[in-house]
Design a protein around this ligand. Structure first.
Ligand SMILES: Cc1ncc(COP(=O)(O)O)c(C=O)c1O
Length: 461
């Protein structure tokens, strides 16, 4: 709708349209979006699913009252008055997540998602290790080639290093040109991407090698990031082994400081239910902070991430935030400021209604379907399956030279694809395209059969 006001084009509706008309637009927009559970859609790539009806009910109950959960509620500091109800739900949810992940002594808050949780993890790492000397304050972030890009974004935002990728002529045959050589800083700071095993689990020996190399360049501040479920192959890094390495290096490398952050954005709602006997997250004493997303496998609506950090004598909470002023309390401890209390209500309701057994049932069902998908993909000679630790199935195309799946297929099923080193253990190796499906709760055997049929067709053309 274009009107002229003050001689310029004006797009804002002057009088307001009828609700009927506007909701017709909204319905059209809804139809343009995918429906994870829809009969006609076959969405097999994204780490999203239909929001659980319990969460929808909770959001509907609170959203109209506009509750603000600004500040951190696990620390007994004051915060915005008037929303004690949803702030209490958030506090209970964060403590319960800490308990699930191995610690009853945590602080934290519901973030807008994994990206903010990762930024906060690295911010906390930087602040707790900072000295007053710029030469000492060089931070090296050591992590695997499969680590989510939000870690590199965090390094960029926090000015701990630049993000630099170089193109290689040998790998220029892809439809979209790829820049796959990550250029580390010669001064030692910033991100270092290290290799993994064949499944995509970070190699502990490569972390050790990298730390020692950086230490010789004068770096003494190390932030190690592990993925408890990387989003591309579903591999779970061995946090316990990384913790053991940190313990050893702390004793050997004079003045070196370490911080261990776990990105469990995807796996935080999988690992505790699938591998309850493993040592993950806060069960590992060296782990300082964890990010996990209720809006992925937790089946909560966006925005819902969670950032948790240890509450102990180091008093991490004091490093987060600036003095507020008009909001009661000293510092808010968050990055984003005002936050929806409706998200807290949704997360809380899901946790209480599903309980441990309820989430376990969801994960077990996803895993049954994951095995079914692997079996069906195994029928196709050209498909080379990558081992997976959870409900993500990654594969490459074998023996087809430079063939890639068609854009049409990728778009139709929203398959996720990206290039990774042929030899995962060598980040500087040439790359191949990796495809992956995420077996979320809506991915049924029927959808899997449809996907496999479409994939076979695509490979024939
Ligand atoms: C492992 C991992 N970390 C971080 C993120 C970023 O999460 P968000 O998009 O919620 O910010 C994702 C998103 O897929 C992820 O899979």
């Amino acid at each position: 709708m274009k009107k002229v006001r003050n001689e310029r084009e004006f797009f804002w509706p002057l009088k307001g349209q009828s609700e009927k008309e506007v909701f017709k637009d909204l319905r059209k927009a809804l139809e343009e979006n995918i429906d994870y559970c829809g009969e006609k859609d076959c969405i097999i790539g994204f780490p999203g699913t239909r929001v659980d009806p319990v969460a929808v009910k909770a959001v509907k109950m609170f959203i109209g009252f506009h509750p603000n959960n600004i500040c951190t509620h696990t620390d007994n500091q004051e915060s915005e008055r008037g929303f004690q109800g949803t702030q209490r739900l958030e506090k209970d949810f964060i403590f319960s997540l800490g308990n699930l992940l191995g610690s009853n002594r945590v602080d934290g808050y519901i973030t807008p998602g994994g990206t903010e949780s990762n930024i906060m993890g690295l911010l906390l790492a930087r602040e707790t290790m900072a000295s007053s000397s710029p030469e000492i304050d060089k931070y090296s972030v050591v992590t695997s080639v499969f680590t989510h890009y939000s870690i590199r974004k965090a390094v960029w935002v926090l000015r701990m290093g630049r993000d630099c990728w170089k193109k290689c002529d040998k790998c220029s045959f892809f439809r979209t040109p790829v820049k796959h050589f990550y250029e580390e800083s010669s001064r030692g700071e910033g991100v270092a991407l290290v290799g993994t095993d064949d499944a995509g689990r970070v190699l502990i020996s490569k972390i050790e090698e990298k730390v020692r190399e950086k230490y010789l360049k004068g770096v003494t501040r190390f932030i190690i990031v592990v993925s408890e479920g990387n989003i591309m192959t579903g591999a779970i890094d061995d946090s316990e082994a990384v913790g053991g390495l940190i313990k050893k290096l702390k004793q050997e490398l004079e003045n070196a400081k370490f911080y261990l952050h776990v990105d469990a954005a995807f796996g935080g709602f999988v690992v505790p239910f699938l591998y309850p006997d493993r040592k993950f997250s806060f069960f590992v004493p060296e782990v300082d902070s964890v990010g996990l997303d209720p809006h992925k496998m937790g089946m909560a609506p966006y925005p819902a991430g969670a950032f948790l950090y240890r509450k102990d004598s180091r008093n991490f909470r004091k490093y987060l935030g600036v003095q507020m002023g008009y909001v009661p309390g000293e510092t808010d401890g968050t990055l984003c400021g005002s936050r929806s209390g409706a998200s807290a209500a949704a997360c809380y309701a899901l946790m209480k209604v599903k309980g441990y057994e309820g989430y376990k049932k969801v994960i077990n069902s996803c895993m049954r379907n994951t095995h079914y998908l692997r079996g069906r993909l195994g029928e196709i000679d050209e498909v080379e399956l990558i081992h997976s630790d959870m409900n993500i199935v990654a594969f490459r195309l074998r023996g087809l030279g430079q063939k890639e799946l068609s854009e049409e297929l990728i778009d139709r099923v929203k398959l996720v694809s990206h290039t990774f080193p042929k030899d995962f253990s060598n980040p500087r190796d040439h790359v191949e395209r990796l495809y992956k499906a995420t077996v979320m709760p809506h991915v049924t055997p029927k959808k899997i059969d449809k996907f496999v049929r479409l994939l076979k067709q695509d490979l024939r053309t």
